[in-house]
Design a protein around this ligand. Structure first.
Ligand code: NAD
Length: 432
């Protein structure tokens, strides 16, 4: 099953006469259990799999209107309900589909915990189907209404949000069918686009790293930026406000470059168009390098070329392999600000949406200030100090600190999601 296409999993569910299935860790025995005999081979693979990381459960549903395979990975929820965005992506195999949810769910748990949010980790994944026009608004509406219904069925053990491949109109369609979502459009009471806040958070991460190295502020520093999209657009403005000496940038699209240059006439910007596999921007002789495009760009090929003293960017999962590449950066004398610590503002912006939203919300701004212990500046300093003491990499220390924080129980609702999962299993959620 692991190596078969996602359609094979749907067929196995249909053959068993169900639209829903799960893999759940039994809280008493600690063993992973499948709702269907056809999914037993997945249990065998996942038991030994490094991405499993003691998730509490993985849930699957075939969308009623769209026929798409929907999933939700629920990592550890001691700190609160599992929360993280839903990704809409094409997967060759069931293994890739499940693995992405598990990997990203755990990452969200770490991000939420380091940010001091009372959420656990979770991630949604929807498998794109071949031969379907996914740009058609009608098709998308069906898929995302299905996802909303899926959330309602899961009764809040996982709270969804926006992620790669999902757009604000898609979030509005999810909200048609469930209350268990954040990142809903402003038009229906949501918090809106978080890219500016994400940019501000990453800039605070840079400041924390420079401060730790005794290099002062960003003023007069040079920055290399990979990717000049939404986050970078705001980051350029923030950095120019802080009087950096120069920003060198690269993108695969000429359009975004033209727009940014037009927005900042006369500013010290040097931008170029590159091919997708051109990583030369990371090797620029600058103070700070910011991977702001895609994941896994910090790897054995690129790390030896980095001349910057600080690596701090917005992209998720910048390290191709966390332990190996985190240590390689340490050995190369590059202070790496872990992405899940510094790029948290997207989830911070929408995390408390149900309590209302207003500009300048101090609960959100606190993450960008120097003093609060859970803010980006202080958390990064704590991680740098731990890494110096232990000799481990900053990535490893950020993960260790996140694990400690993830073990803290929610002050009002400890184990709520586990209770919900227990209910889903005992009430035969999968048979509905
Ligand atoms: P975006 O899609 O608007 O921008 C990414 C840019 O990178 C695009 O302009 C794209 O053309 C460019 N790009 C892609 N591959 C490239 C390459 N190999 N070399 C150079 N440029 C390349 O995305 P965004 O919203 O700016 O987010 C940037 C990164 O930060 C993404 O990885 C995203 O997942 C992550 N992130 C974003 C937020 C947010 O609030 N937007 C929050 C957390 C994490």
């Amino acid at each position: 099953m692991w190596t078969l296409p996602p359609t094979a999993m749907m067929q196995a569910m249909r053959d068993a006469g169900v639209r829903r299935a799960y893999l759940v860790t039994n809280p008493d025995s600690g063993k992973l259990e499948a709702s269907l005999p056809a999914l037993e081979p997945l249990v065998e693979t996942l038991k030994e799999h490094p991405d499993y990381f003691a998730h509490q459960g993985c849930f699957f549903e075939i969308g009623e209107e769209s026929g798409h395979l929907l999933s939700a990975a629920v990592h550890q929820t001691t700190r609160g309900q599992a929360a993280g965005g839903v990704r809409f992506w094409r997967y060759e195999t069931v293994g890739e589909f499940i693995r992405d949810g598990l990997r990203l769910g755990r990452g969200m748990g770490q991000k939420n915990a380091l940010a001091g949010l009372w959420w656990g980790g979770g991630k949604g994944v929807i498998a794109r189907q071949d031969g379907v026009d996914h740009k058609d608004p009608e098709v998308r509406a069906k898929i995302y209404r299905d996802y909303g219904r899926f959330m309602t069925g899961l009764r809040g053990c996982y709270i969804t949000a926006e992620d790669v491949g999902t757009t604000p109109p898609d979030m509005a369609n999810i909200f048609v069918a469930t209350r268990h979502t954040t990142c809903i459009p402003e038009a229906v009471g949501g918090s809106g686009n978080p890219s500016k806040l994400t940019a501000c958070g990453v800039v605070v991460g840079m400041e924390s790293a420079l401060d730790h190295l005794g290099l002062g502020s960003l003023e007069g520093k040079t920055i290399a930026m990979q990717g000049l999209g939404n986050v970078s657009r705001f980051m350029v403005a923030e950095l120019l406000e802080r009087k950096v000496a120069k920003i060198i940038g690269a993108d695969i699209e000429q359009g975004v470059i033209d727009e940014l240059l037009a927005a900042h006439p006369g500013a010290p910007l040097e931008f170029r168009v590159v091919d997708l596999d051109d990583m030369s921007i990371l090797a620029e002789d600058v103070d700070v390098v910011a991977p702001n495009a895609t994941g896994a760009t910090l790897n054995p090929k690129t790390i030896p070329t980095i001349k910057a003293k600080v690596a701090c960017g917005a992209a998720n999962n910048q390290l191709e392999l966390s332990e190996r590449d985190g240590r390689a950066l340490r050995d190369a004398g590059v202070l790496y600000v872990p992405d899940f610590l510094t790029n948290r503002m997207g989830i911070v912006n929408c995390a408390n949406e149900q309590y209302g939203a207003f500009d300048g919300d101090p609960a959100i701004q606190a993450h960008l200030e120097r003093e609060p212990e859970h803010g980006i500046f202080a958390r990064a300093q704590a991680v740098f100090a731990r890494a110096e003491k232990s000799g481990l990499s900053t990535a490893e220390e950020a993960e260790a600190l996140a694990e400690e924080l993830m073990a803290q129980p929610h002050p009002l609702w400890p184990e709520r999601s586990q209770q919900i999962i227990n209910f889903l299993v005992s009430s035969q959620w999968d048979r509905a």
